[in-house]
Ligand binder design. Structure first.
Ligand code: FES
Length: 165
């Protein structure tokens, strides 16, 4: 068991080396060619890339830590900061923008007391703006985790957020 003790969902969790071994060794055969998929799997588990896990991956795959950080910072889908249990992606692409996406974003920011790119103190939500999530006819669109909420008004924001623990 690692000494590391990152936060997830507002609670401290232990990094279980057994689980990392399963991801690195069994799922991806300790193959450095699979680095991106390994990082994706770790992020799915923790909702971000805790630094101790990157050190562990570095040791297991024989890749320098700076190379791993290079990959982790190159792709915007990876986060090195703790993120909320629920990821809100507000679309600010053209179709959603002209249909009121900005007003929806402002209402989410007011409701959660955070700004774009931030996480609530209780780590319940992270808000991220995106440029088109592929369902423009439903704009304005908000994706929360895997759920798509289309044609939403700013007045509906509170009700939608209340659906998520
Ligand atoms: S612009 Fe928002 S889904 Fe395409």
């Amino acid at each position: 068991m690692s000494e590391a003790n990152p936060l997830i969902g507002g609670e401290a969790v232990k990094i279980d080396d057994t689980e990392l071994d399963r991801i690195i060794g069994e799922e991806f055969e300790s193959d450095k060619e699979n680095l991106i998929m390994i990082l994706q799997a770790i992020q799915r588990k923790f909702n971000y890339l805790p630094p101790p896990t990157l050190t562990y991956v570095s040791e297991k795959l024989g890749i320098t830590l700076s190379q791993i950080y290079g990959v982790a910072t190159f792709y915007s889908t990876f986060s090195l900061e703790p993120r909320g249990k629920n990821i809100i992606s507000i679309c600010l692409g053209t179709a959603c923008h002209v249909r009121g996406g900005e007003r929806v974003r402002e209402r989410i920011e007011e409701s959660l007391c955070i700004h774009d790119g931030e996480t609530t103190e209780d780590r319940r939500f992270t808000l991220e703006s995106v440029r088109c999530i592929g369902c423009c006819s439903l704009g304005p669109v908000v994706r929360i985790n895997e759920d798509i909420h289309g044609r939403i008004s700013s007045d509906a924001v509170g009700k939608i957020l209340n659906q998520y623990d």
